[in-house]
Every structure is written in structure tokens, then in C-alpha cells.
Design a protein around this ligand. Structure first.
Ligand code: PGA
Length: 255
């Protein structure tokens, strides 16, 4: 049986707290019948107020990044404990924009993952190959390496708390989603790596989401892959009506 799907919205650097509150009000009314875990990764400044609004709903609020240190002299950074206290329940780690624009390495991402687990934040670990890596036939080895290094020495009981988001870098923000077959193949590979790392039982428990130009038009088909447990939506999550449409189409709930 398929897991209850995860539908994650990644707002990136969009929406003030006031805009976020209006969004939340519309979203909650639009997703009433939806059977899904809905996560919103929002700007830091909107976490506390949205977490209040999301209390006792099916929506969880989280952050898009965090620092790997517990606290310290790191001007401009934010700690997991701060996010947790503000009401975040999860944190995205290793998004490709963090890897490329902010030069985050696999080692750094590993440390962030460990810190998130210590601070009781569910890590949403983003992995994915670039266009060059895909063209050079390196997709599977890149995904293997990203997973193995992020989870280095993480016991399976802890790894089970994570969610993986497969986001091919060439599909993010480009309007050009991976076609369903390509996404499914990558998901099957990721599943086999998780089983290799954590054994059959734990390896099968960890949800694997697809991200990269997900829209209401392609979400349903992507979800039909046996190893696709949900979607991570960037641009199309900014409008509550469109995001709700994606959630509805992923869960098959009546529109
Ligand atoms: P996109 O972004 O849906 O706008 O392609 C996805 C992401 O960056 O997580």
C-alpha cells in the first residue's frame, strides 16, 4: 500500500508574514478534503505566525535551511533550535540552490542533517544531478554519493525520520519537469540505495518525493510511479489555489 503522500511547498525567498497569513487562510479552506501530509517550507520570518495558524490542521510548517552548529558566532545564520522553538517541525537540507549558489558541500549537508536530527527537526534531504552529470551518465553515482555522504554513520532508526526529495537540478525552476519515466527510474535507484544503506525495512520506509517544475498538469502522472511518495513544489506552490490543485491531484480526492 502506498504511504500517505507528502506534498511540500517550497516558497524560497517569497512572501512577507502578512502575505503568508493570507495564503494560509485560503489554503486551509481549499485542502479540507485532502488526505495528505502538507508541508510548507517558508521564510524564517513567517514560521512562528504560520505555525500558530497551522495548529491542529494537516499542514506542517518548516524552514528551507539551517546552520550546522548548535549556536555561535555565525552572523546572519539560524540554528535548528531557533526554528524548532518558533514552531518548525521540519527543515529542508541540501536544496540545489544552497549547493550551487551558496556552495554547500556534501560534508556540510551531512553536518546539517545530523544537527537537524539532534534538534528534533525532520530533515527533508534534497538530492539531484545536474544536466552535465546526467549527460555524462553519472546520475546514479551522483545520487548514491549524495545519499551515502549525507547519511554517513547515521543509524537506521534516525534515518527513518528523514524524507528524500529527488530534484534533478535541470528541472528546477525551468518549467521542464523530468518526464515520468525518467523520474521513476531515479526514484527506483534511490530506493535501492536506501535499502543498501539501511536494510530492507528501514530503506523502504523513507519517503521519496519528486521535485522540479511540478504543476497541476504533471503531478498525477509523476505520482503513479511505485516509488514516488509525494512532490516538492517550488514556483507552483506560491498560489494557494494551484498548490491545492496539485495536492488534490496527487491524492485523487474529489475536486
Ligand atoms: P520548481 O522548484 O517547482 O519551481 O521547479 C522546485 C524546488 O526548487 O524545490
Amino acid at each position: 500500500m502506498k504511504k500517505t503522500p507528502y506534498i511540500i511547498g517550497n516558497w524560497k525567498m517569497h512572501k512577507t508574514s502578512r502575505q503568508a497569513a493570507d495564503y494560509m487562510e485560503s489554503l486551509l479552506s481549499l485542502i479540507q478534503g485532502v488526505q495528505a501530509n502538507i508541508f510548507l517550507a517558508v521564510p524564517y520570518t513567517a514560521i512562528a505566525s504560520l505555525a500558530q495558524l497551522a495548529k491542529n490542521t494537516k499542514v506542517a510548517i518548516g524552514a528551507q535551511n539551517m546552520n550546522d552548529a548548535r549556536e555561535g558566532a555565525f552572523t546572519g545564520e539560524i540554528a535548528g533550535l531557533m526554528l524548532k522553538e518558533a514552531g518548525a517541525s521540519f527543515v529542508m537540507i541540501g536544496h540545489s540552490e544552497r549547493r550551487t549558489i551558496f556552495k554547500e558541500t556534501n560534508e556540510m549537508i551531512h553536518r546539517k542533517l545530523i544537527r537537524a536530527l539532534q534538534d528534533d527537526l525532520k530533515p527533508v534531504l534534497c538530492i539531484g544531478e545536474t544536466l552535465v552529470e546526467r549527460e555524462e551518465g553519472k546520475t546514479e553515482s551522483v545520487l548514491h554519493h549524495q545519499l551515502a555522504s549525507a547519511f554517513k554513520e547515521v543509524p537506521k532508526e534516525e534515518a527513518e525520520k528523514a524524507i528524500i526529495a529527488y530534484e534533478p537540478v535541470w528541472a528546477i525552476g525551468t518549467g521542464k519537469s523530468a518526464d515520468a519515466q525518467t523520474a521513476w527510474q531515479a526514484h527506483e535507484h534511490i530506493r535501492s540505495v536506501l535499502i543498501e544503506l539501511f536494510g530492507d525495512e528501514s530503506g523502504k520506509k523513507i519517503p521519496i518525493l519528486y521535485g522540479g517544475s511540478v504543476k497541476p498538469e504533471n503531478a498525477k502522472e509523476l505520482m503513479q510511479g511505485g516509488e514516488v511518495d509525494g512532490v516538492l513544489v517550488g514556483g507552483a506552490s506560491l498560489d494557494p489555489a494551484i498548490f491545492a490543485k496539485i495536492a488534490l491531484s496527487c491524492t485523487g480526492s474529489p475536486e
